[in-house]
Write a protein that binds this ligand. Structure first.
Ligand SMILES: Cc1ncc(COP(=O)(O)O)c(C=O)c1O
Length: 426
């Protein structure tokens, strides 16, 4: 068979793009070479519908051990009692929880998408908003933090079956205990989607939602620095949201509902090569260096947010407790849209994404904001001093977003800065 030069040339172009640029997309990271090798291994050849020990195919002895290893490591990482490592993505994990806990048309309550929530928490164009009755809570306009009072009011008035905490663009710690109290008041399931801060949580730098939530979902590819994928977890003190039977029986009941909702409910064969890569990433996250990495992610984000503020930009909520921040362009550059800003920055090899800011006056296609995150650049070894310089470069591009000359100059500086930075951390 002929080598596919066309395709492999494209991969090599993408590798160059990743190597030479400053990657500030808050949901991205660079995995280790071991994670990559596991993903590109012979495990991709194996069908393994079902779960370890209960498969619908022969020849699963090895992949059973692979999946079991991933499960054990994930349990250890978060102190979980139950895990499912098969969801193909974060949205698939969320879909499985909905399938296990709701009937079509049932109500659930999540953070408004334009206030930082995720598509799979009730957007009208997503399964969550199409099949179920999505209700939303906001952040407060004055300080950009979750409006817990509004959340409580909506929950008591509407009595949703699930309340979701977690977001795609929210830079503050969550008051999980407070939401849990609201959920208990109405007998709702409290679900946390920790996709974004999962790595910081694993390192013990943010509160662990498994202490409060009935069910936790996550992606594995953001701060957690694993392959693209999803997981579902439940904590040790999982209480039965329907108030039946003993604690041991309860967790068994919910775990089998969740397992069936993943397979056969919403997926077919698991991606055992990706599950193997998840196992590698969980193993890495259990090592002491991972905590140092996450501490640096946090320090870098705090320094970056402050540097933006020092330059006259507004950061929603005035800073960050985690790895990301949301910049409102309207204070310093009211005419500039997030769309134009993203385009100019990408031309300078600084990759970020336009984002709605809470109470945005522009559409999701234009937006007034940009989202930044530090997991990827921290993996490449950048530290606090580099953050101040990066903000300087971003500011130069934004102030002269129509100038090809300025963009070319900044791009040259970006490429110089990144040329000796390894792409792989381990
Ligand atoms: C909070 C949250 N949940 C779920 C997802 C979905 O993950 P995936 O893209 O793997 O489906 C994302 C992705 O950005 C997210 O931010």
């Amino acid at each position: 068979m002929q080598h596919d030069d066309l395709l492999f040339n494209l991969i090599s172009q993408e590798r160059d793009r990743q190597r030479r640029g400053i990657e500030l997309i808050a949901s991205e990271n660079f995995v280790s070479e071991d994670v990559m090798s596991a993903m590109g291994s012979v495990l991709t050849n194996k069908y393994a519908e079902g779960y370890p020990g209960k498969r619908y195919y022969g020849g699963c002895e090895v992949v059973d051990k692979v999946e079991e290893l991933a499960r054990q490591r994930l349990k250890q990482l978060y102190g979980a009692e139950y895990v499912n490592v098969q969801p193909h993505s974060g949205a698939q994990a969320n879909m499985a929880v909905f399938m296990a806990c709701l009937k079509a048309g049932d109500k659930f309550l999540g953070l408004n998408l334009s206030h930082g929530g995720h598509l799979s928490h009730g957007s009208p164009v997503n399964f969550s908003g199409i099949m179920f009755h999505a209700l939303e809570y906001n952040v407060r306009e004055e300080d950009g933090r979750v409006d817990y009072e509004q959340l409580q009011e909506r929950a008591l008035a509407e009595r949703p079956k699930i309340i979701i905490a977690g977001a795609s663009a929210y830079s503050r710690e969550w008051d999980y205990a407070r939401i849990r109290r609201v959920a208990d008041e109405i007998g709702a399931i409290f679900m946390v989607d920790m996709a974004h801060p999962a790595g910081l949580i694993a390192a013990g730098l943010l509160d662990n939602p498994l202490k409060y939530a009935h069910i936790v979902t996550s992606t594995t590819h953001k701060t957690l620095r694993g392959p693209r994928g999803g997981v579902i977890l439940m904590g040790k003190d999982f209480p039965n949201p329907w108030g039946k039977t003993t604690p041991k029986g309860e967790i068994k009941m919910m775990s089998s509902l969740l397992d069936s909702a993943v397979f056969p409910g919403t997926q077919g064969g698991p991606l055992e090569h990706v599950i193997a890569a998840k196992a590698v990433a969980f193993g890495e996250a259990l090592q002491p260096q991972f905590k140092l990495y996450q501490e640096q992610v946090k320090k870098n984000a705090a320094t970056m947010a402050q540097a933006f503020i020092d330059k006259g930009y507004k950061i929603i909520s005035g800073g960050t407790d985690n790895h990301c921040m949301l910049l409102d362009l309207r204070t310093k550059l009211p005419e500039l849209t997030g769309k134009e800003a993203e385009k100019a920055l990408v031309a300078a090899d600084i990759t970020t994404n336009k984002n709605m800011v809470p109470f945005d006056s522009r559409s999701p296609f234009q937006t007034s904001g940009l989202r930044f995150g530090t997991p990827a650049i921290t993996t490449r070894g950048l530290t606090e001093n580099d953050m101040t310089l990066i903000v300087e470069l971003i500011d130069r591009v934004l102030l002269s977003h129509n100038s090809d000359a300025v963009i070319a100059q900044v791009k040259a500086e970006v490429n110089r800065m990144m040329q000796d930075r390894p792409l792989f951390a381990w």
